[in-house]
Design a protein around this ligand. Structure first.
Ligand SMILES: *Cc1c(COP(=O)(O)O)cnc(C)c1O
Length: 449
C-alpha cells in the first residue's frame, strides 16, 4: 500500500503570495513603537528591514507578486509534493482520509527556505550586503545562510548557546553554506554582554538571540535583520504552501474537513492554513483549522493576548500577540523550533476571531506519532512536525470512533535527519514531559501600554 503522490508542474508554482489581511473580518491591532508607544510607521522599521518588506508587513492588498528570480529559485524544489498516507490510514484502521503536504524536499529540509530566499532577494535589491539573524535549533540559520549564498549576502547567525553546543551538525551546515555562527549570548553585542554579566552560564534563548541580531542590524548601515517566523511578511511568503495544496487537493478530488499545522512562531501553519481560512471567509467553506503547539511552550492555549516585545532586550516594536511574556524561558524540549514565547500576531488575531482552534501536546505522544508515521510512510518527521502528525492521527482516530469519513490535511514542515539524537533519546526510554505551570509565565515582563 504505497502513498499516492500528487505532483504539480513547475508552471503551477504560485505567481503571487496570498495576503489574508485583505479578507479579515476585523483588522488586526498595529505594532507600536517601543519608545513612543504610538502605532509604528514604516520609517521605524527601515533601520533593520528593506522598505519592500516593511510594505509587505503593513499592506492589506490581497495578492503580492512573487519576483521572477524568487520563483525561479523556488523551482529547485517547488511545487512540493502532497501525499495521501494510505498505509497510515490502514494501520490506524480509520475511515478518514489523511493527506500531507511535504516541505522537507527543500535543500535545507524544511519550509523555511520559502521566506529566506524572498528576504535575501529584497535585501540584496536594497543594496544590503550583510544580514544578521537568530536561530534556535538551527533550521532558520541554515535556510538564511543558503539564501544569502544565493543572493551574495554575508549571513551572521546568533545561535542559542544550548543548541550551539548540542547541535554541531546544524552549525556545520550553516558554515557549509558560508554563514557565520556565534553562540548567543555572546560578547559581540551590548545585549549579550549584559546577559553574560548577570549570568555567565546563561544557555541563551531565542528572545536573547533576537536582541543581539537586531542590535547588530541597527548599528551598521550595511546590515539588516531577518526573522524566520512571527512577522506578517514571513506568513505571506509561506502561503505558496497552501496555494499549491488547494490545487493538489483538487487533483485528488477532495477538500479537507480539517487542516493542521504545528505552530512555533506560526509560519508553516499559516503557510498551509491561510489559503483554506481564506476559503472559509470568502467562499462559505467550513474547514476546521488546528494549530498544534508544545505543552511546555503553549502561547496560544495558555498565553495571553497582549502587546509584547519580540525579544528579551525590548528592541523590537511591540506586537499584539499571544504571549507567555518575553522573559519566559521554555523547557529544553527537542522541538527547538517551537520554543518561542510569542505567536505570530496574525495567527493570534485569527485565534481571537474564532477562525482557528489550538491544541497542545507533550513531546512523548508527539514522538510516538512520528515513529508510527515513519514506519507507515517512510519519512522521518522533524520533532516540530511530529506535533502536527500527532494531531492528524488523533483526528483520524476520532473519525474511527465516530464512524465518520472525514478528510484530514496536515503540513509535514520538515524532515528529522539532523534530529536523530532526539529519536535516540526517545527510543532509550522516553523524554521528559515538562508540566507547564502558569507560574512559569513571565507576564510581569509585559510592557505597559
Ligand atoms: C522552524 C520550524 C518550525 C516552527 O516554526 P514556524 O514558524 O511555527 O513554522 C516547524 N517545523 C520545522 C521543520 C521548522 O524548521
Amino acid at each position: 500500500m504505497n502513498p499516492i503522490k500528487y505532483m504539480l508542474p513547475e508552471s503551477d508554482i504560485p505567481t503571487h503570495w496570498y495576503n489574508i489581511r485583505a479578507d479579515l473580518p476585523e483588522p488586526m491591532a498595529p505594532p507600536l513603537h517601543p519608545g513612543t508607544k504610538q502605532p509604528a510607521i514604516a520609517e521605524d522599521m527601515t533601520a533593520i528591514f528593506p522598505m519592500s518588506l516593511v510594505e509587505q508587513e503593513m499592506t492589506t492588498e490581497k495578492w503580492i507578486e512573487i519576483p521572477d528570480e524568487v520563483r525561479q529559485y523556488y523551482a529547485q524544489w517547488r511545487p512540493s509534493p502532497l501525499y495521501r498516507a494510505r498505509k497510515l490510514e490502514k494501520v490506524l484502521d480509520t475511515p478518514a482520509k489523511i493527506y500531507y503536504k511535504y516541505e522537507g524536499t527543500s535543500p535545507v529540509g524544511s519550509h523555511k527556505l520559502n521566506t529566506a530566499i524572498a528576504q535575501a532577494y529584497y535585501n540584496r535589491e536594497a543594496g544590503i550586503t550583510r544580514l544578521s539573524t537568530e536561530t534556535g535549533a538551527g533550521q532558520w540559520g541554515t535556510a538564511l545562510s543558503l539564501a544569502g549564498q544565493a543572493m551574495g549576502i554575508d549571513v551572521h547567525v546568533y545561535m542559542v548557546k544550548v543548541s550551539f553546543n548540542q547541535k554541531p551538525y546544524r552549525r556545520a551546515m550553516i558554515e557549509t553554506y558560508g554563514g557565520h555562527v556565534m553562540a548567543s549570548p555572546s560578547d559581540t553585542t551590548e545585549a549579550g554582554r549584559q546577559i553574560l554579566a548577570a549570568n555567565p552560564d546563561s544557555t541563551g534563548s531565542l528572545g536573547i538571540a533576537i536582541s543581539e541580531a537586531v542590535e547588530i542590524a541597527r548599528s551598521r548601515t550595511d546590515t539588516n535583520y531577518a526573522l524566520g517566523s512571527v512577522l506578517n511578511h514571513v506568513m505571506l511568503h509561506q502561503t505558496v504552501i497552501g496555494q499549491e495544496s488547494l490545487k493538489q487537493m483538487e487533483m485528488a478530488g477532495d477538500y479537507p474537513d480539517v487542516v493542521i499545522g504545528c505552530s512555533g512562531g506560526g509560519s508553516n501553519f499559516a503557510g498551509l492554513a491561510f489559503s483554506f481560512i481564506g476559503h472559509n471567509l470568502t467562499q462559505g467553506k467550513k474547514t476546521r483549522i488546528v494549530a498544534v503547539e508544545p505543552a511546555s511552550c503553549p502561547s496560544l492555549t495558555k498565553g495571553v493576548m497582549a502587546y509584547d516585545f519580540g525579544d528579551v532586550a525590548g528592541l523590537t516594536p511591540m506586537m499584539k500577540m499571544h504571549t507567555l511574556g518575553h522573559d519566559f524561558m521554555p523547557a529544553a524540549i527537542h522541538a527547538g523550533g517551537l520554543r518561542y514565547h510569542g505567536m505570530s500576531p496574525l495567527v493570534s488575531h485569527l485565534y481571537e476571531l474564532g477562525q482557528i482552534e489550538a491544541i497542545a501536546y507533550g513531546q512523548n505522544p508527539c514522538f510516538a506519532a512520528g515513529v508510527q508515521f515513519a514506519q507507515a510512510e517512510g519519512i522521518v518527521p522533524a520533532p516540530e512536525s511530529n506535533h502536527a502528525v500527532r494531531s492528524a492521527i488523533d483526528e483520524a482516530l476520532r473519525c474511527k470512533a465516530e464512524g465518520r469519513s472525514e478528510t484530514i490535511l496536515f503540513n509535514l514542515s520538515g524532515h528529522g535527519h539532523l534530529d536523530m539524537q532526539a529519536y535516540i533519546d526517545y527510543h532509550e526510554g522516553g523524554l521528559p514531559d515538562h508540566e507547564f505551570n502558569v507560574d512559569d509565565m513571565a507576564l510581569d515582563s509585559l510592557p505597559q501600554v
